[in-house]
Write a protein that binds this ligand. Structure first.
Ligand SMILES: CC(C)(COP(=O)(O)OP(=O)(O)OC[C@H]1O[C@@H](n2cnc3c(N)ncnc32)[C@H](O)[C@@H]1OP(=O)(O)O)[C@@H](O)C(=O)NCCC(=O)NCCS
Length: 256
């Protein structure tokens, strides 16, 4: 598999595609095409075999953030959890965000020319192995029928423009998804994150979404505090990222 090749794999009518994990060419990510569908453990095992067959040098197969039913199928197929995420939602009604959306948030469109710097910021903000590269950022933006990508530009010490933070937001039907948010570590607690979240919520409301969803690490105190402050409440279920590696991957697909 090359860096950019994406393969459509259909098992039991549940589709998935494989992409390279950002910055780890020997790790394949399996992405469900529809996160409402739940694959069987047999489908998951078949994907693992295909992932190894398409690249015998892979070291691991990882999932994206899985809802509990899908995570259970991956676990039954031998995958192990490597991260657990809190899932939060906020109602979006004209009344609930009317005062919020009266303001302008001074954000700008994220342009293709911003992407390399945004990827560097994303990696600094999230750390390995969670940082995005340009390709995975583009994938996130393409994941929903409609999306909005914004940056906050600040002047650095020398007066030059720098990307202080960015947000990627998607919308599908009544759901708005705050998919990615990061602020330069040196520019935190200045209100940039709040501006970007507010901009996202107001865009979702304009597009007709009635529920905003976001996920973040269970121990990400800064993000949890920001989201709580913006009206998000935790849902009872968590999301899980899982990995098949080492002996389990060898057994599944015969990798070296
Ligand atoms: C989460 C993040 C985006 C916040 O950005 P920010 O620009 O620093 O946030 P703001 O300055 O707008 O903060 C708004 C409010 O959020 C809360 N908050 C933000 N950072 C906080 C922290 N470290 N501890 C506690 N509360 C915090 C506070 O209520 C804050 O209001 P206050 O400063 O008036 O007290 C930033 O910390 C970040 O990029 N983290 C790494 C990436 C990440 O976790 N992204 C989001 C999860 S997917």
């Amino acid at each position: 598999m090359t860096d950019t090749t994406e393969e459509l794999k259909l098992q039991d009518h549940v589709g998935a595609r494989f992409v390279r994990w950002p910055y780890e060419p020997d790790v394949t990510q399996v992405i469900l095409l529809d996160h409402h569908m739940v694959p069987t453990p047999e489908s998951v095992s078949a994907w693992a075999v295909e992932a190894v067959a398409s690249d015998p040098d892979i070291r691991a197969v990882r999932t994206g953030a899985m809802f509990p039913d899908a995570a259970a199928s991956f676990a039954e197929a031998g995958f192990r959890p490597i991260d657990t995420l809190a899932l939060l939602e906020a109602p979006i009604t004209p009344k609930s965000i009317r005062s919020l959306c009266r303001r302008k948030f001074d954000t700008q469109r994220l342009r293709a020319s911003h992407l390399p710097d945004v990827a560097v910021l994303d990696r600094r903000a999230f750390g390995d192995p969670w940082g995005n590269d340009v390709r995975s950022l583009t994938d996130i933006a393409d994941a929903t029928p409609r999306h909005r990508a914004r940056v906050v530009i600040v002047n650095d010490g020398n007066g030059g423009p720098n990307i202080g933070g960015f947000a990627l937001t998607g919308q599908s039907g009544v759901f708005g998804y705050l998919q990615r948010l990061a602020v330069d570590p040196q520019l935190r607690r200045r209100g940039i994150g709040r501006r970007l979240v507010a901009d996202s919520l107001c865009w979702m409301q304009r597009r007709g979404a009635t529920v905003a969803m976001v996920n973040t690490g269970l121990d990400n105190e800064a993000a949890l505090a920001l989201y709580a402050d913006m009206g998000f409440r935790r849902r009872s279920e968590t999301l899980t990222i899982l990995e098949l590696a080492g002996d389990a991957l060898h057994r599944a697909g015969g990798a070296r």
